[in-house]
Design a protein around this ligand. Structure first.
Ligand code: ADP
Ligand code: MG
Length: 766
């Protein structure tokens, strides 16, 4: 290792994991960097074996599985160089025998150098893919290392314990890779361990360096399991420590306690409601009111499926705040939803929100809407109402807390649909609250969150859950429709028409917007949209929050673009289709001006529109009671949770809902169809969330850096590591509790800094 590095490590300036590989392993570093982006000691150590082979249970050569990658040990019997018949050049064939007398041939088309090393009698370890040629087992151009008496060749490690097998890297033989690790494992003497000594002792963890040794050089199965467990623990512990710190800093600025008047506006709203709160709602409301009455700012996530009655609870909590003289802001993810909340809350509140108006309640309040697309006049009126305190409740999109919106006394912020607050947004929020105080924050989500995700992503928040739908679950019948079958597709659109005739309304959801002048869908005997659409280009059709995310990356150059249905195309096709021609059909997507979107939703809600053809803009929160049916085109392109969210838009009135999931047709991944069947089989959101988690990468779950580096979640599997996460959570929170500034834990501080940097980089990339 280069001297300067040794000195920097000794001085404590350089984390040993950050040492450049070039200084330790020499020229192979270049291959590792080019092929894998691995540049440091830590990155090499974090690249874990895919599996292990057990040389104590060697496979006799004759039993080697054809076509698989193997590592074998044997003795060279003979080596012959052949002149090749049809080509110029020579071929070296080396016969290697195992102890049971089986043989395998190593062939090299460039014999140079190999002849000298692979002499008869030499013990050799080789790895490669098993092939068969003329009934002889072969490894073509295998990687190998010779094992001299004196350990020359440096592959002795291959013969101790289990043989680690890594995902193959172009240009780097497993044996050279192993040698690089040897060098690293022997050169690094100590690692800074983010997990404090006392936690290690208590949980029974090996040290960090020991863990890497156990993983890369295990003697037994138990060894590498222990090593891996330790690496996961490090990750979970670091994330939990970070959450604990975020939580502490959120508590550093106090909130003003907000206690509602006994017969205040909240009580009045409850009198007005045409229903009783369920027991579950009462319990959650008590939690909310309890939080609001404290000086520690509320930081709570309320999860409950669509229709579980979250909104009414948020409204009651906001009224509690208004009762105590403060204001509440409600942030919606889109303008459509902001407008809808404004409409439905105004309606629920009636005279309570009409203070100062004819027929309004004198001691009531006002509820105002603030969106980017309002006219200057409307906007000015809303801004004034917020700044003067006249509006007790202000509804808008995220711009509410980012732009120059002033509040007289902002006491509470309700965030609809799961927006994470970064540090900056939190600061922006505090800046809107009265000097020296922080507002109470309630985040609502309709996506059920499995416990491990909740602990890992929302670990800094308290969580309330509504498990039951009021009045019981209205059934949503879900069917998967094979898009390859014109008769099924035709039946789908007939069903849509029948639904409308029976008084229902229909959503048709497409994965992309497309262009107004996209080519027509193929006629296909009048079956209608849903059949494979040929070669409609995917690019350019989607933007922003509007479905682009579910398309995934293009399949790379050369792959045919998948043919996805576009909103415009589908609407046009349905307007011409015999079954649906008579229906009133409108389009809705994120590129439309806000007032147009709003107009379509209002018309749909009022029953003047039968069918809305849209992108996933309707995903969250849209509430039209008479919408009974949803048709999802190219449904296999959507994730489990998203499908569940989407179908939650129908059957919200008295009538049962119907969801028809049309597969894309050609070349549908069987895994995707299985996913659709799972969604069709259950309406239990928590069960689906769990399935979704299993089918996704942790990076997607966390929104963490995909490239990983040393900071994202590389080892933890949220679907499987619940027990570990719980342990790490408890240990980390205790550590931060005992030493909030982490003065005694510099290695943990360093790890947290890395984590923050990775998160920040991710956020910047959007
Ligand atoms: P969410 O916001 O969780 O999707 P909402 O609060 O919008 O759910 O409630 C869905 C529908 O159920 C609304 O029409 C609401 O008025 C109604 N609702 C809420 N709570 C109850 C209840 N306890 N009993 C009957 N209906 C309720
Ligand atoms: Mg809602």
């Amino acid at each position: 290792m280069a001297q300067r590095h040794l000195r920097a490590v000794a001085d404590g300036d350089l984390n040993p994991l950050d040492i450049g590989l070039r200084d330790v392993v020499g020229t192979s570093a270049r291959t590792l960097e080019r092929a894998r982006g691995i540049r440091t000691v830590g990155q090499l150590l974090d690249w874990l074996p895919r599996t292990y082979l057990d040389p104590a249970r060697p496979t006799a050569f004759r039993d080697l599985p054809h076509g698989e990658d193997v590592v074998v040990v044997g003795t060279v019997r003979a080596a012959t160089t052949h002149q090749m018949r049809n080509r110029r050049g020579r071929r070296l064939v080396v016969e290697v025998a195992d102890d049971a007398g089986g043989t395998i041939e190593l062939t090299f088309f460039k014999p140079f150098g190999h002849q000298d090393r692979l002499r008869p009698g030499v013990r050799v370890v080789c790895s490669g893919q098993v092939g068969v040629w003329r009934e002889t087992l072969q490894l073509t151009h295998p990687d190998y290392a010779t094992l001299g008496e004196d350990g020359e060749g440096g592959a002795q490690w291959l013969l101790d314990g289990l043989v680690p097998v890594y995902t193959a890297t172009k240009g780097l033989s497993p044996i050279v890779h192993g040698q690089c690790l040897e060098l690293v494992l022997h050169h690094v003497e100590q690692l800074r361990d983010p997990v404090p000594e006392e936690v290690r002792r208590e949980v029974g963890l090996p040290g960090l360096l020991e863990a890497y040794r156990l993983v890369h050089r295990p003697r037994t199965e138990a060894d590498h399991r222990r090593g891996r467990w330790r690496l996961k623990f490090t990750e979970a512990f670091t994330v939990q420590a970070q959450l604990a710190r975020v939580r502490r800093s959120a508590e550093a600025v106090p909130a003003r306690p907000r206690v509602p008047a006994v017969d205040g506006l909240g009580a009045r709203l409850r009198h007005r409601l045409p229903f009783e709160l369920t027991a579950g709602q009462e319990a959650v409301l008590a939690e909310l009111l309890d939080d609001l009455a404290r000086t520690v700012p509320m930081h709570r996530l309320l999860q409950g499926e669509v229709g579980s009655g979250k909104t009414v609870l948020a409204l009651l909590a906001m009224l509690a705040v208004v009762d105590s003289g403060g204001q509440a802001a409600l942030l919606a993810p889109t303008e459509v939803l902001a407008a809808q909340h404004h409409r439905s809350m105004s309606q629920m509140l009636g005279p309570i929100a009409e203070a100062g108006l004819l027929g309004g309640l004198a001691e009531g309040t006002r509820i105002s809407l603030l969106t980017g697309s309002q006219s200057t006049g409307e906007r000015r009126a809303s801004l004034l109402a917020a700044a003067s305190g006249e509006a007790g409740i202000v509804i808008g999109t995220h711009a509410l807390i980012q732009q120059h919106v002033q509040f007289a006394d902002l006491a509470m912020v309700v965030v609809d649909e799961q927006h994470r607050f970064g540090v900056e947004q939190r600061d922006a929020l505090r800046a809107k609250a009265p000097e020296g105080t922080a507002p109470h924050v309630l985040v609502m989500t309709a996506t059920p969150i499995p416990r491990t995700v909740a602990m890992t992503v929302y670990g800094d928040m308290e969580i309330s859950t509504l498990r039951e739908l009021p009045g019981g679950r209205r059934p949503i019948h879900t069917f998967v429709v094979d898009g390859q079958r014109p008769d099924w597709v035709r039946r789908t659109w007939e069903r849509v028409a029948e639904e409308v005739r029976g008084g229902g309304q229909v959503y048709v959801v497409c994965p992309r917007i497309g262009e107004v002048d996209d080519p027509d869908l193929p006629g296909t005997g009048g079956a209608g949209p849903g059949l494979p659409t040929g070669s409609v280009p995917v690019s350019g059709g989607t933007t922003g929050d509007d479905g682009a995310d579910l398309l995934g990356a293009p399949d790379g150059p050369g792959a045919a673009p998948p043919a996805l249905h576009g909103v415009h195309q589908v609407a046009r096709c349905l307007r011409g289709l015999a079954a649906t021609r008579e229906l009133t059909i409108e389009v809705l997507h994120g590129r439309m001006p806000a007032e147009d979107k709003d107009a379509v939703m209002v018309a749909f809600a009022a029953g003047r529109v039968d069918v809305v053809v849209s992108t996933t803009v309707i995903e969250v929160g849209v509430d039209v009671p008479d919408a009974t049916t949803m048709v999802l085109l190219d449904a296999d392109r959507f994730g489990i949770s998203q499908l569940h969210q989407l179908r939650g838009r129908v059957g919200r009135g008295g009538r049962p809902g119907l969801a028809l999931l049309l597969t894309q047709g050609e070349g549908v991944d069987p895994g995707a169809v299985e996913r659709l069947e799972q969604v069709a089989a259950t309406t239990d959101g928590f069960e689906l969330a769990r399935l979704d988690l299993e089918s996704r990468r942790e990076g997607d779950v966390l929104g963490a850096s995909q490239s990983g580096g040393r900071s994202g979640l590389r080892f933890l599997r949220l679907a499987r590591d619940e027990e570990l996460i719980v342990q790490a959570h408890e240990a980390a929170w205790r550590t931060v509790e005992a030493d909030p500034e982490l003065e005694r834990h510099p290695a943990l501080v360093e790890a947290l800094t890395r984590l923050d940097a990775a998160r920040a980089a991710f956020l910047e990339r959007g």
